[in-house]
Each structure stands twice: as structure tokens, then as C-alpha cells.
Design a protein around this ligand. Sequence first.
Ligand SMILES: [Zn+2]
Length: 408
Amino acid sequence: MRLHCEVEVVHRRLPALGLRNRGKGVRAVLSLCRATPAGLPPISNFLLCFPLVKQLKENVEQFFTKFVDEGKATVRLKEPPVDLCLSKANSNSLKGFLSAVRLAHRGCNVDTPLSVLTPVKTAEFEKYRTKMVITSKKDYPLSKNFPYSLEHLQTSHCGLVRVDMRMLCLKNLRKLDLSHNHIKKLPATIGDLIHLQELDLKDNHLESFSVALCQSTLQKSLRSLDLSKNKIKALPVQFCQLQQLTDLKIDNNELIRFPCKIGQLTNLRFLSAARNKLPFLPSEFKSLSLEHVDLFGNTFEQPKVLPVIKLQAPLTLLESSARTVLNNRIPYDSRIIPFHLCQDLDTAKTCSCGRFCLNSFIQETRTMNLHSVAHTVVLVDNMGSTEASIIFYFCSLDCYVNFSDVLK
Ligand SMILES: [Zn+2]
């Protein structure tokens, strides 16, 4: 009988010697076996392998099973004086295993098939690996599949030109690091990795981050995204639907604008977009609440003295219908209206009054001190400035008059 889990062997005498345990389990296979030497009565000679515990009968001091449903339990042995802390096990297998150990402890016969005393094969153990780090081309598995249990996979410096489809079958993945490769395009199926929390795509050849990815299950899971050192010019407006994002790195790209609805990323805490080509920030940038921001080395334009006035009087039919749709939050998509209209609506400007405008507005650029949105601010240029240009839109002359001073 075997149990795949993480095991930490805690020696109870260590603290008395002033020593401490590592506090970390290792992936292991526990086996419950019956010793074969003749002469011993059959029910007294159960062995627990890893570490080799020769005798189980009346050798268990206590079972701790409060968290058995979470795949965790501790078996306190009398001799040797250790606690076997088991974790990350399948809860049903763990229950079965513990009841077999309990029976062995009581000296009863165990009905379940027991293991033979042979070492576990590497291949069998490999199946249950949770972390794999590959940092060179020569170590990249070409003929073998990745273990399905992987939660953390790193394949850096492997010269990958596309995402390996075999990675997209690893449904337990939480962290995927594909940095330092030559990937040009991301498949939308990355969005099928429902547990993916961290995605590192630093130093690749990406030119975009697709709308399909922004609208995938990554919306619920993705917390950290590193797109640094790519060739991205803009992120789609739908990017702001990745609402669990806390960390975004997009340094060293060719970014000419942030998505206009960036204020929707309410969980964002760390934003770094150094060395891009941002001429100004969208007005929604003001509603972010960051811990750290780095916008060093962008080409922020100096604010213009006079506002740009593009007001229509009267409003065109397109403008007034677009405003109605947006202000009343009427749902739309490309099955109902032409795709280009959807794009227009997606990128509509938000006035400081909270309402929307499309082509009829007053536009004004100002400077904003980044300390108003973040605790720590990396200087914007070598002159020691922490100010960046920000662009504001006003849907009417009234709004311009009312809000213009408030925003100063
Ligand atoms: Zn307005």
C-alpha cells in the first residue's frame, strides 16, 4: 500500500538539543509493507517505509487527523520519537492509508494489498512532481511528457518559438515561467489553465496580448504577469478585465498608451512600465491605488497650455446614440452591432463627471505627481521628477468649467 504525499519527519528531541527542523516537507511515497522473515507472527510485523519504521504494532502514540479532508495528517510514533507530518495527499488515499496504519498499530490484520519491500521507481515518483525548472535547451524534454501533477513549470533559455501544447494540458499549473525564449504569439488556450496565477513571459518576441486571453478564465486566477522586454505597443481595453492582477511588469516594450479603463484594475499594487514610449497616462490612472510604480524613461509630453476643443453642436446621431448606450450600460457586442462600433464604444472617453463621450469632447493634458497613486515611486527621469502627463476628457463645456479647477 502506497501513499503519495509530502512528508516532513519532525524529531521530537531536536528542540531539547537546541536544533530546529527544516519546516518543509519533501515529496515522497510512503509504503506500508509486511515484513517477510519467518518466525514472526504475521500481525505484529508491519513496516512503514520512509523512513523505515520497523514495527508498527503498538508503536503509534497518537494520530492527528483534524485536517485529513485537506490531505494533511500527522502520525506520532513512539520509537523512533518522530512525528510524521503528511501533507498534499489525496484525502481519500490518506484516509485509507491511516486506517491501515491504525489497524497495524492495534495488531489487527490489514485487508488491503500491501507493498513489497522494493524501492519506488524514479518514473513512478516523477509522475507526482509538482515543480520542474528547465533552464537550458539541452534539458528540454522532447520525447517525454511533462508530469501532469506539475504546479510550477519553468522553461527559460530554451529557444522556444511557441508555447508547447503539452504545457497546456497541465491543469494544475499555478506558475508558468516561459521567460527568455523567442515566443511571438500566445495561444488563447493558455486561458484554459484555470489555476494559473503567475505568468512570466519576460524577454520574448511578443507583439500583443490577445483579447481572447483577457476574456479567458485568467480573469479569475491571474495575479502576476511579467511582459517585460517584448515588443508590445498597446494592451487591449479588455486587459482591464483581468481584475485579480496585483503585479504587472511591462518594462522595455514599445507601449504608446495604457488601456483607457486601467482604473478597473482595482487589485493592482505593483506596476512597472519603465522604458516605454508613453506620451501621457489615461485619466483613469488617477483612480489606481498602488504600492509601487515605476514609469522611468518614458517620453511624457509636456502639457499643452490650451485645451483641445472638439465639441459638436448639435451632437451627431452616432455620438448621442453611443453616449446613450454607454451611459445606460446597455450591453453590446459584435453580434448586435458592427465590430468597428464595438471598438469605438470600448475606447470611449470617460468624462470627469463619470459619463462617456466618443468624438465630442474637450481634451486637456496636465501633470500628475505619481505619489498621489502610489506609496513608492521610481523617478520618472534622470532629473529627479516624479510627475507624469495625464490626459483628461470633458463631455461638455459645463463639465470643463465645473471639473477643470477641481482636478488641478
Ligand atoms: Zn461630463
